[in-house]
Design a protein around this ligand. Structure first.
Ligand SMILES: [Zn+2]
Length: 169
């Protein structure tokens, strides 16, 4: 008797397609999932990634959600831009973005740094879309940072109705 768990790819007998979110089945005795709209996705048991065979796009999973793994700086910048738009339409504004450490090398050249002024050493925080950027703790410290791409810190976008100093009186 074969252990039934061994007959399924690492993500189980069915997954939600990362593109259209419909439930798609694994093909028997393979590592492949087949979406009727988006074609074949292959689970890689070594990297724990799901790969779209047609495009080469890769995802990792955290708490049931797929996170696209970027290999080009434009990919992650675009995803952050979309998330900022979404926050704004929900009535928030972002105050800081924390980007996964594994993208540090990829995005470094694209961050905004204010020009050194009168020969002073520039220690200012790098920015992206005007937002201060920090990099995440290592995945050894916080495993989710091996999967998720970034986190936006936010505050309500509506005007504050009383002065901040009141909070400290
Ligand atoms: Zn699909």
């Amino acid at each position: 008797m074969v252990n039934p768990a061994l007959q399924h790819p690492i993500f189980g007998p069915e997954i939600h397609c990362p593109h259209c979110r419909q439930l798609i089945p694994a093909l028997t005795l393979t590592d492949t999932y087949l979406c009727s709209r988006h074609g074949a996705f292959e689970a890689n048991p070594d990297t724990k990634e799901l790969v779209h065979l047609q495009s080469g796009r890769q995802w990792r999973q955290w708490e049931g959600e797929w996170y696209r793994q970027h290999t080009h700086p434009d990919g992650i910048r675009f995803e952050i831009h979309e998330a900022l738009d979404r926050l704004y339409t929900q009535g928030y504004r972002a105050t800081r973005v924390i980007i996964a450490q594994r993208y540090q090398e990829l995005v470094n050249a694209y961050l905004e740094r204010s020009a050194p002024w009168r020969g002073q050493v520039d220690n200012s925080t790098p920015r992206l879309y005007g937002l201060p950027v920090e990099f995440s703790p290592s995945p050894e410290e916080e495993p989710r940072w091996n999967v998720i791409n970034f986190n936006l810190e936010k505050e309500p976008g509506v005007p504050v109705r009383y002065p901040y100093f009141r909070l400290f009186e």
